[in-house]
Ligand binder design. Structure first.
Ligand code: HEM
Length: 217
């Protein structure tokens, strides 16, 4: 990597293929084509719950880190919305009725590991989820809302009520990435961790598709 390439641009360039794999995973593409059921969508929300519980638990600890804390914002927090979505979609006993897939459990374990020990790794996971949510996620939320006839209940996860201008928010976030005081070796490690985060997301989609297709076979 060239010393002059800003980190945000390097991450985006180096993760393009990984992004395509996540975006194109069968579960995601079939969901967006309207080929998945409401229950399939609920399974995705449940996996998000475990992922964000880990990510936002780590954020709670990383608030004390001088670099990681620059990326953490209450405006991003998704866990309360996911809890409300699951209560709406499943009922009050939702906690007893969901479980992490093996890929989700591996993803969560990695977030917890780096979230306890490594600011750059935490930022890599934070970036991959939240900048995705503020990009494709906005579009995905609209498609799901239309498809299942939701107003706000059930898709609260996709609604960032405290972020009026997602593009501007992402620009500030990328400026923080570019200003992070990491040497080239650390930047490489952060980029590798972003690629790992994408891989976990793709694996979650693959396992969701396999599990749901087995259920309906
Ligand atoms: C069908 C699903 C998806 C669609 C349609 C989609 C679409 C997009 C689009 C259009 C952008 C560019 C936005 C911009 O330049 O401001 C983007 C960026 C991004 N997406 Fe996705 N995406 C999808 C899935 C995912 C997934 C599963 C992840 C990872 C969990 C992800 C992570 C990201 C990230 C991190 C960015 C920001 C890249 C950057 O500017 O640094 N996306 N997505």
């Amino acid at each position: 990597m060239s010393n002059v390439t800003p980190l945000s641009a390097a991450i985006r360039a180096r993760s393009r293929d990984a992004h395509s794999s996540s975006e194109g995973a069968d579960f995601m593409s079939s969901l967006l084509k309207g080929e998945r059921t409401r229950d399939d969508y609920i399974s995705l929300v449940a996996q998000h719950y475990f992922i964000y519980r880990a990510l936002e638990g780590a954020a709670g600890r990383m608030r004390r880190d001088p670099v990681a804390s620059r990326f953490i914002s209450d405006k991003l927090t998704r866990l309360p919305a996911l809890e409300a979505d699951l209560a709406f979609l499943i009922g009050d006993d939702w906690r007893d009725r969901i479980a992490p897939l093996p890929a989700t459990a591996r993803y969560v374990a990695r977030i917890e590991q780096v979230g306890a020990t490594w600011a750059g790794g935490f930022v890599a996971h934070h970036y991959t989820r939240y900048l995705g949510d503020l990009s494709g996620g906005i579009h995905i939320g609209k498609v799901i809302r239309r498809q299942f006839g939701f107003e706000t209940n059930g898709i609260g996860f996709y609604l960032f009520g405290d972020i009026a201008d997602p593009a501007a928010f992402k620009d500030v976030y990328r400026d923080e990435l570019d200003a992070a005081p990491w040497d080239d070796a650390e930047k490489e490690r952060v980029i590798d961790e972003v690629l790992l985060a994408y891989r976990f997301n793709t694996e979650v989609f693959e396992e969701l598709a396999a599990e749901l297709d087995a259920r309906t076979a």
